[in-house]
Design a protein around this ligand. Structure first.
Ligand code: AMP
Length: 439
């Protein structure tokens, strides 16, 4: 009995963990298309890539993202590492739930202020223990960019906010995402926020008992977070609350107006949304989100903003910065609607089909063609010709090239268009040029 059970357990199919998934071809072609476009566009704005570890000390996120945020309060994958000795307790470590804290940690640790203004981007997976649904995963991917540096390098300037936003508009246009909508707000500086918080707390006091449990907690600990609430019954109450726009000091108001003026000048449309306060505590001044109609409830493709106080909160020098994180999963979902993966995938240009005993010669020919940047699928001499044609068609190849003894001896090969049946006899030396000319 025990043996039978053991057997049963050992043959149970293992599935991907809830909230994680495999990205399979041809969809991965769409991911590559996105990432190549991102790199091209970001390069034009002189951004450079940074890669930080997938896990960090837990304290980094507790401090950098904020204890009170949903991310830190309930969504992080945290574990106690083993110490050097078996008896020793190790550090508390966490899989990164977002990129900015790690990048700012790297900025401080590597004294990157010596480089002046840093324009950095990062592509990679993030981890949050959220309830999975369409467009929401526990391992998801972000495209993140940050402009950070000392004030003397101009990191605080509204010109940087506008440049970053204009870059995003360019990226979305280049990717073919139509109908995006830029929502813009200023969340002021810590002083404005303190006044605003106080006003919010007062306004919430008489009404908070009628709100959801999360809002009741937020009303006491961090009233600003009330604006994150999605519970429909709470919305009429939230609508009547004071707005941050009434609390901006002179400096913040001028900064915000300057950002808007540049965006107008460069022709990037936006709408003001003073309910947009973002989920993270370190944001100051400009806050923004790009939404896209096609995504339904999960319609935020990306969000970002300024975080002028973050470096200091992490024990570094003053280093104003602004950045954003694009949800790559959602971006790809939006793209899929009008650009199916097949449209960006390069199928084999040619299928090389060896006749019996010709695997070596076929491999040699395929090697020559691949050197000329052709996409080549190589067959097997165990296949009969009919099976080779079927395999070539299944692979989506445009042409098939037969490699038989006769062809190798005469050095002239038959190239056949699989769709039209059109045929060419081509000398070996001209093969790659001929195919490149045809495709
Ligand atoms: P945030 O770091 O929370 O501002 O998120 C930035 C972007 O990442 C969002 O606009 C989403 O597009 C994406 N995102 C956040 N959480 C998830 C998730 N669990 N699954 C997929 N995408 C996500």
């Amino acid at each position: 009995m025990a043996k039978a059970q053991e057997h049963k357990v050992s043959t149970k199919m293992i599935k991907a963990v809830r909230g994680t998934r495999d990205l399979l071809p041809p969809e991965t072609a769409l991911w590559n298309f996105v990432e190549t476009t991102v790199r091209d566009v970001f390069r034009a704005y002189n951004f450079q890539e940074i890669r930080t570890p997938l896990f960090e000390e837990t304290a980094l996120f507790a401090r950098g993202v904020g204890e009170e945020t949903d991310i830190v309060a309930k969504e992080m994958y945290t574990w106690q590492d083993r110490g050097r000795a078996a008896s020793e307790k190790g550090q508390s470590l966490t899989l990164r739930p977002e990129a900015t804290a790690g990048i700012v940690r790297a900025y401080i640790e590597n004294k990157m202020w010596d480089r002046g203004l840093n324009k950095l981007y990062l592509l990679g997976p993030m981890f949050r223990r959220e309830r999975p649904q369409k467009g929401r995963y526990r391992q998801f991917y972000q495209i993140d960019a940050e402009i950070i540096g000392p004030s003397s390098a101009g990191s605080e300037s509204p010109a940087r906010d506008a440049e970053l936003l204009e870059m995003l508009a360019t990226l979305l246009d280049r990717l073919g995402i139509a109908n995006w909508n830029l929502q813009l707000n200023s969340v002021g500086c810590p002083n404005d926020r303190a006044n605003f918080n106080e006003a919010l707390r007062r306004a919430l006091e008489p009404v908070k008992d009628r709100m959801c449990v999360d809002c009741q907690r937020r009303a006491v600990t961090n009233p600003l977070r009330v604006f994150d609430c999605k519970v429909p019954e709470d919305q009429p109450i939230i609508e009547k609350l004071p707005r941050i726009s009434q609390f901006l000091d002179e400096g913040c108001r001028t900064h915000f107006e300057a950002v808007q003026a540049i965006l107008t000048k460069v022709g990037v449309p936006f709408s003001l949304n003073d309910r947009l306060v973002r989920g993270l505590d370190y944001y100051t001044r400009t806050a923004f989100e790009f939404t896209h109609g096609a995504l339904g409830a999960q319609n935020a493709i990306l969000g970002g903003g300024r975080y002028d106080g973050l470096s200091e909160a992490l024990g570094g020098p003053a280093a104003p910065g602004i950045g954003f994180a694009i949800g790559e999963d959602r971006l790809v979902m939006s793209l899929q609607e009008n650009a199916p993966a097949g449209s960006v995938l390069r199928k084999p240009d040619v299928y090389v089909a060896p006749m019996a005993g010709m695997n070596g010669d076929a491999a040699r020919l395929a090697r020559e063609l691949r050197r000329h940047d052709l996409v080549v699928e190589l067959g097997d001499d165990a296949f009969r010709l009919k099976k080779s044609f079927e395999a070539a068609t299944k692979a989506g190849a445009k042409y098939i090239l037969i490699v038989g003894e006769n062809e190798v001896n005469t050095d002239v090969f038959t190239l056949k268009n699989l769709a039209t049946g059109e045929q060419f006899a081509v000398p070996r030396a001209q093969l790659s040029a001929k195919i490149l000319g045809l495709i």
